[in-house]
Design a protein around this ligand. Structure first.
Ligand SMILES: [Zn+2]
Ligand SMILES: [Zn+2]
Length: 373
């Protein structure tokens, strides 16, 4: 779906937050599932509208969208909506104010299950290219034995004797009567006399599940993916929570990555730097040989165009930057030592002129990059 969010809502690129909200209200009323029961197409439209609104109503997400398209907010960890329930859960306050509390499922207070979190280890290459992963997760669902009520089958929760079902009790404190949550039923108003043996009266049971998740190409270490509706279900039925997948990307043996660019430092021997020649350099696909020009200075950067990681929002790849330094062996054999002494004598121990290397610029660039991430 390459639909433009602004077109979808029928607003201009310069539309204010208020105009965006008004436009969404109009569209949402038209395609609302309660007005189009059983109409799959209307439901799809409703979800699309809601996705568009979610992004355009939030300044941060809107900016990401304007710069990178629909993938922008998604890449930054803002997932879209998979179901209509998901829309209602996120926009409960908006729908309340839009349609009034009685309008279908929109304004109803539905219980929502707890969110779950899981860690996922990715290799350097998986993060760059994207991948599919099988994820073993545990979540809690209403207990199948008691149907989530917590009471043993054939029994019912009884009215709490302490608060008589109110969930609140009154205390005298000095001259005042103070109402607090009932300590016996913890505010539920009912107590379970015969707890379900399967769930111990909690109404929830743990289930193991295996999910297939696709990890988009270009994710970075520390990013989180939201799988909506893959968290716990509340005991009494309602909306499921979300599953948050925290991604940990393993370091590459040699390469470092910043977005689509790759970096590596390759030490070369002093004679190679002086005379020029060729040196092997690790790249994403393995190894290539590059030219070293005569008189190469330590710290010189060779740019390998198009050998970086794939770009996220357009075709092509970034660059790989190779920084050449002079490798100094910690120890040399006798023959080498002798040759070096001869060389030292030949060069006469004269130092070379100090030079300007743009160190300050480099430090600034690094600081900028840090601030951006
Ligand atoms: Zn149970
Ligand atoms: Zn009570």
């Amino acid at each position: 779906m390459a639909t433009d969010y602004y077109e979808l809502l029928g607003v201009g690129r310069e539309a204010t937050a208020d105009e965006v909200k008004k436009a969404y209200r109009k569209q949402a009323l038209k395609y609302h599932p309660d007005r189009n029961p059983g109409d799959k197409e209307a439901e799809e439209r409703f979800k699309e509208m809601s996705n568009a609104f979610e992004v355009l109503a939030d300044p941060e997400k809107r900016q990401l969208y304007d710069r990178f398209g629909p993938e922008g907010p998604r890449r930054a960890g803002f997932g879209g909506f998979n179901s209509v329930d998901d829309v209602f859960a996120s926009f409960r306050d908006i729908f309340g104010d839009m349609f009034g509390m009685g309008f279908g499922g929109a304004g109803q207070q539905r219980a929502r299950g707890a969110d779950r979190e899981v860690d996922l280890e990715l290799t350097f290459i998986e993060a760059i290219e994207g991948c599919r992963h099988e994820l073993k997760v545990q979540r809690r669902e209403p207990c199948s034995t008691c149907g989530g009520r917590g009471a043993a089958p054939g029994t019912r929760p009884a009215i709490c004797p302490t608060c008589r079902g109110k969930g609140q009790v009154m205390h005298a404190q000095g001259f005042f009567m103070i109402s607090t949550g009932c300590p016996t039923c913890r505010g539920a108003g009912s107590v379970i006399r015969d707890p379900c043996t399967a769930c111990g009266g909690e109404g929830l049971q743990q289930v193991d599940d295996t999910l297939q998740v696709s990890i988009p190409a270009g994710v970075e270490d520390g990013q989180t993916l939201r799988l909506s509706g893959k968290g716990d279900l509340p005991p009494g039925g309602g909306l499921p929570g979300n599953l948050y997948v925290h991604m940990h990307v393993a370091a590459h043996e040699h390469l470092e990555r910043d977005g689509a660019n790759l970096y590596v430092e390759v030490p070369i021997a002093f004679p190679l730097a002086v005379l020029g020649g060729r040196v092997k350099v690790p790249v994403l696909e393995g190894e290539i040989e590059i030219d070293v020009k005569p008189g190469t200075q330590p710290g010189e950067v060779v740019v390998l165009h198009g050998l970086g990681a794939p770009h996220l929002h357009r075709s092509g790849r970034g660059d790989q930057l190779v920084r050449l330094t002079i490798g100094v062996p910690a120890k040399v054999d006798e023959r080498t030592e002798q040759l070096l002494r001869e060389l030292a004598e030949q060069l006469g121990g004269e130092g070379l002129a100090p030079r300007h290397v743009g160190l300050l610029d480099r430090l600034h660039t690094r600081a900028k990059r840090k601030r951006r991430s």
